[in-house]
Design a binder for this molecule. Structure first.
Ligand SMILES: Nc1ncnc2c1ncn2[C@@H]1O[C@H](COP(=O)(O)OP(=O)(O)OP(=O)(O)O)[C@@H](O)[C@H]1O
Ligand SMILES: [Mg+2]
Length: 328
């Protein structure tokens, strides 16, 4: 479809005021490498939008273009009604950006880091003090105000980085793998904060490799080799895989996995404990798989199973020819 037509049909489907980010035909080349390839994206306002994709699929590159930090090679981007990168300067005070790498000063205290950022955003002294007091309380740092940021745990650092990213109360927050290297309890705590921000009207775009985090998002997009390969709500995406996921309980799971991965239409076979999770390219059911196992002399039971987001991820990012057996 021509670019103008794509933009028009999207316009009629969704009014601009409900959309925080709109990208059309966005690409980014690094030399001959197409890191982002003709991307169309609509991120609804006041929701949590998840960005998934294998390493090197273009998530960070896309986020940097949407923030106005990197110029696209082609395409159009509108963020909060501004044309990016042309109006990136006007956007800066309205967005927050947090990366996986801790970007605060390790040798400044918790409070000093927040004071420094308040000064970067030109917040007047009294307003800055009040805002910092609120953040210290909301993010549970009252007792650690004087602790050097570099001496805190990984989870505490990410919580502080989030407090720092929202000091100027941005309308839109970009979070690029904010919880990598954070334990499950701290990640849950971090996500509580993200939901509080969304409830208060902030739009969040979060990249992650964690499927449990993807499941918490209102909508998600999956990138592969720079291209958008799936998007929708988690329920829509898993619903599209209806009938394609099966669980096989076999006495010899390794041998069974080899037989199953050679069956036509099987995209992946993953061992989970003693069971095998099989993803098919179609919804032809499990009869052919059961028959193949019987023919190989392997006693097994094949059950249909509801699809998970991990199944969606595998189906969207794996070429059908590259079937592999994975152990866990
Ligand atoms: N400044 C750059 N110069 C050259 N190549 C780059 C540059 N930035 C990114 N790339 C390449 O672009 C591709 C996409 O990288 P990107 O960092 O966007 O992936 P990602 O999806 O964020 O991966 P990860 O999950 O590992 O963070 C990769 O092949 C990467 O090597
Ligand atoms: Mg990245």
């Amino acid at each position: 479809m021509a670019r103008a037509e794509r933009a028009l049909s999207a316009d009629s489907a969704m009014p601009e005021e409900g959309i925080a980010i709109r990208a059309r035909g966005v690409s980014r080349l690094f030399g001959t490498l197409k890191a982002v390839d003709d991307l169309d994206l609509d991120v609804p306002a006041r929701q949590i939008y998840g960005f998934l994709g294998p390493n090197g699929s273009g998530k960070s590159t896309t986020i940097r273009m949407l923030c106005g930090l990197l110029t696209p090679s082609a395409g159009e981007i509108r963020v909060l009604g501004l044309s990016i990168p042309e109006q990136a300067e006007a956007l800066r005070s309205r967005i927050g950006y947090m990366t996986q790498k801790f970007s605060l000063f390790e040798d400044l205290s918790v409070r000093e880091n927040l004071e420094f950022l308040a000064s970067v955003y030109d917040m007047p002294g009294k307003q800055a003090r009040q805002r910092i007091d609120v953040l210290l309380e909301q993010y549970r740092f009252q007792d650690r105000q004087k602790q050097l940021a570099g001496t805190m745990s990984g989870g505490q650092k990410q919580r502080l980085a989030l407090a720092a990213a929202v000091i100027h109360e941005p309308e839109l927050l970009f979070l690029d793998e904010p919880t990598s290297a954070v334990d499950p309890e701290s990640r849950r705590d971090f996500w509580e904060k993200l939901f509080e921000l969304a409830d208060a009207g902030t739009t969040l775009l979060v990249s992650t490799h964690y499927m449990d985090e993807a499941e918490r998002c209102h909508r998600i997009a999956i990138l592969d080799h720079g291209a958008l390969v799936a998007d929708g709500t988690p329920a829509e995406l898993t619903g599209r895989l209806a009938g394609r996921t099966l669980v096989v309980d076999a006495a010899q799971p390794r041998q069974a996995a080899r037989v199953l991965s050679a069956c036509p239409g099987v995209i992946s076979v993953a061992q989970i404990g003693n069971s095998l999770r099989v993803l098919r390219a179609d919804d032809a059911g499990g009869d052919a798989l059961a028959e193949a196992l019987r023919a190989a002399g392997i006693a097994a039971q094949v059950h249909p199973q509801a699809a998970s987001l991990e199944d969606v991820f595998v189906a969207a990012t794996r070429s059908r020819s590259a079937t592999q057996v994975e152990g866990t």
